[in-house]
Unconditional design. Structure first.
Length: 135
């Protein structure tokens, strides 16, 4: 049997402080991150449209809309207030159980709720979950 050892490129200090919280991002940096996510999601929407996947296009465009709005929120509000607003929007959009009828519409709502929650967690990963995954 060969012994294997995991090799990491992380600095030793980072390995020692595994539980250290990540620094709070600057609003301008975070706004740019969300804008980049929106641009990537729009690209995904175009690819899905080209492949004829209209539902995939709709999902990607919905995520892009959320990311664009999240970028605006972090420019307009304090980060804690922006995160709270994002979680409020996630809670409002979340569909707890996938329905048998009108599943596509519920899927888009669910997708948006998860995107809002994802954005809020970029600001504060300790915020409790409000839009859990579907089983």
């Amino acid at each position: 049997q060969w012994a294997t050892r995991e090799v990491t490129m992380e600095p030793a200090a980072a390995q020692l402080s595994v539980d250290a919280p990540e620094p709070i991002p600057e609003p301008a940096d975070l706004s740019q991150v969300f804008a980049d996510y929106a641009k990537a999601a729009r690209g995904t929407a175009i690819k899905n449209h080209t492949k004829g996947d209209l539902f995939g296009e709709t999902l990607a465009n919905a995520r892009a809309d959320v990311y664009e709005k999240a970028a605006e929120l972090v420019r307009q509000m304090s980060l804690p207030d922006a995160a709270a607003e994002m979680m409020t929007r996630a809670r409002a959009a979340h569909v707890r159980t996938p329905p048998l009828i009108d599943f596509d519409s519920a899927g888009v709502q669910y997708n948006m709720a998860r995107a809002w929650q994802f954005c809020a967690w970029k600001i504060d990963p300790t915020i409790p979950e409000v839009a859990p995954k579907w089983d």
